[in-house]
Design a protein around this ligand. Structure first.
Ligand code: PEP
Ligand code: MN
Length: 361
């Protein structure tokens, strides 16, 4: 247990909403976004000023000048503001410019030295400080960052789940592992939990689905990247939504009472869906490999002047697969349809190879 004060959260209605662009790009872009957002129930306007990018030579943020733009958003639209701080210097500058909410990004949470320095720069602040989970699924590291904050007298805290980085992307940019924020909640039951479906999905089409999932798990709020013209955004273009789309997402959310939430069921469902996504991805990879082999067979047949369709070979494949289908409890009719589709595509792939060779002769 740490010495935190969650009463700040009481002045907001659930879910708490943080929205705004991934990055501050220009003052105009900030003001247009703020205008769109001010009409929706949004509690904090977010914008990244200093951007931790995976690769160099991409847009790394406008720097401290963006803090003035955030101040204008607050003055002109009455919105509370939020930005990411990755160093003690960022933290000092953000405090100087009266940013209301400061968050520590996933790439910073992994580094205890940096987290400690930021905590010291924010000592005894009455600003809200949120900590994103580290990029790797390490609950202790995440909790450690909160202990460092609380150790410096920072009391208004919240945790943000933004998913975890994995080597081979299955579906999402950063896979959510709901068990981890829920275990966090067991350790720090009073600290509000926010979900960031933008960085979890990496794709604006799935934000509603993950936001709903977060509500089903009893999360207290959402952080959603919002941009007036998402496709033209200087960072994270695919995952940003317009203020209008955000409005729809929020309107369609089904909110549940804490007592109604069956976390076991949600977790099982989420894990089963995860398995289906992985199996589908493997299936596609195997089909692609099969087609590559078919291409090689096509080239071989061509060079040996052999007919493309070999009925005897096809009859053998089919009877073998139908026997196996029976063994695995799969319907013969389904497997027959599936095999025919695969075979047809395979013939087409081989045919293309034959034609290509002919054209090049
Ligand atoms: C962000 O919120 O723009 C960001 C960089 O997120 P994360 O730290 O989750 O990658
Ligand atoms: Mn982003």
């Amino acid at each position: 247990m740490i010495n935190s004060d969650e009463s700040w959260f009481g002045q907001f209605s659930k879910p708490l909403i943080i929205a705004g662009p991934c990055s501050a790009e220009t003052e105009k872009q900030m003001l247009i976004t703020a205008e769109g957002i001010a009409e929706i129930k949004v509690d904090f306007f977010r914008a990244g000023i200093w951007k931790p990018r995976t690769k160099p030579n991409s847009f790394e943020g406008v720097g401290a000048q963006g803090l003035k733009w955030l101040q204008r958003v607050k003055d002109d639209f009455g919105l509370k503001t939020a930005t990411e701080v990755a160093t003690a210097e960022h933290a000092r500058l953000a405090l100087e410019h009266d940013v209301d909410l400061l968050w520590i990004g996933a790439r910073t949470t992994v580094n205890p030295f940096q987290v400690q320095e930021i905590a010291e720069a924010l000592q005894d602040t009455d600003k809200i400080v949120m900590v994103k989970n580290p990029v790797n699924p390490d609950l202790d590291l995440w909790m450690g960052a909160f202990e460092r904050m609380a150790g410096q007298g920072i009391k208004k805290l919240a945790a943000i789940h933004r998913g975890f980085s994995i080597y081979k992307k299955i579906r999402f940019r950063n896979e959510p592992q709901w068990q981890i924020p829920l275990d966090f909640k067991k350790e720090f039951p009073l600290i509000p939990l926010i979900c960031d479906p933008s960085h979890i999905t990496g794709n604006r089409n799935w934000i509603d689905e993950v936001a709903q999932e977060a509500m089903n798990f009893g999360f207290d709020g959402l952080m959603v990247e919002t941009h007036p013209n998402p496709n033209a955004a200087w960072s994270d273009a695919e995952q940003q939504v317009t203020p209008e789309q955000l409005k729809n997402i929020l309107q369609n959310l089904i909110l549940r009472d804490a007592d109604d939430i069956d976390k076991e069921y949600q977790m099982l469902l989420s894990s089963l869906r995860h398995q289906i996504d992985e199996i589908d991805r493997n299936m596609l990879e195997m089909l692609a490999n099969r087609m590559k082999v078919a291409e090689e067979i096509g080239a071989l047949k061509k060079s040996h002047n052999v007919a493309l369709f070999q009925p005897d070979r096809w009859a053998i494949i089919k009877s073998l697969m139908l026997k196996n289908a029976y063994k695995y409890g799969l319907s013969q009719e389904f497997i027959e349809r599936f095999l025919n589709a695969v075979h047809q595509e395979s013939i087409q792939v081989q045919n293309k190879i034959m034609e290509q060779n002919q054209n090049s002769l």
